[in-house]
Write a protein that binds this ligand. Structure first.
Ligand SMILES: Cc1cc2nc3c(=O)[nH]c(=O)nc-3n(C[C@H](O)[C@H](O)[C@H](O)COP(=O)(O)O)c2cc1C
Length: 224
């Protein structure tokens, strides 16, 4: 029997990590400092997992809601350095603590995307080709027409996980699923709704970022 048919190889840590350069997004130099909640909401965890569901017709967010969502779902809680790489602990698990997935956000009032910096809890405007952005947004509109709520987009940097693991590919996709669930549960906990976006946004994401980045889909978020 060919046990390898339809299966992927097991990931395993490399003894010596590859050296890779950090990806440089074309960012504005000055970012927006996002708000931080004064206290954590008091909630019953089991109500949150029971109430999580995909909600498609969402209402616009109120001030600070996006900030709080990022604060709980995506910021870095703890960081450490291993062989020149920064590993971190966040709400979502990630193979090796590498967190290869970056998050962009499109707010409906803007014609551009912003990059979420999980270390600073800041947003930075990304300078991208406007025509491709518009085509990407029209493409998303086909699945979520008349969206007037934010869209988060996940960009997977497989090279980061590849630097640490042989057969890294499945790890990145498992990280993407974990991140999606972290955002959905956090939305529920904050009284917000969300829905995953199944399209990968291709060929637009590849045109914007080149072949080092793989689109890992998106999620729309808003009020219920
Ligand atoms: C990876 C993924 C992609 C999805 N893509 C879409 C989508 O493009 N449009 C949509 O309306 N729902 C999408 N969904 C939501 C699913 O349809 C939804 O999770 C499913 O119907 C189960 O409903 P529930 O999440 O409320 O339990 C997606 C869900 C996942 C996990």
């Amino acid at each position: 029997m060919n046990s390898k048919a339809n299966s992927m190889e097991n990931p395993s840590p490399k003894e010596i990590q590859d050296l890779i350069l950090p990806f440089q997004y074309p960012l504005d130099h000055v970012g927006i400092r996002l708000n931080r909640p004064e206290q954590d909401p008091e909630l019953n965890f089991f109500s949150v997992i029971k109430d999580r569901k995909s909600i498609r017709n969402l209402k616009p967010l109120k001030e600070k809601q996006l900030d709080y969502l990022f604060w709980f779902a995506a910021r870095v809680y703890q960081a450490s350095v291993a062989n020149d790489y920064i590993l971190s602990h966040r709400a979502s698990p990630s193979a090796g603590g590498i967190h290869p997935i970056d998050i962009l956000v499109h707010r409906p009032e803007n014609s551009f995307f912003e990059y979420y910096s999980p270390f600073e809890h800041h947003l930075y405007k990304v300078q991208l080709e406007q025509e491709i952005i518009q085509s990407l947004l029209c493409h998303i509109d086909l699945a979520f027409p008349n969206r007037d709520t934010p869209l988060l987009w996940f960009l997977a940097h497989g090279k980061r996980t590849k630097a640490f693991y042989q057969n890294f590919e499945s790890l990145v996709w498992r990280d993407a699923g974990a991140l999606l669930q972290t955002f959905q549960l956090t939305c529920t906990a904050l009284g917000m709704g969300s829905c995953a976006v199944g399209t990968l946004g291709e060929p637009f994401i590849s045109s914007l970022f080149g072949e080092d980045i793989v689109s890992a889909g998106g999620i729309i978020i808003g009020n219920i």
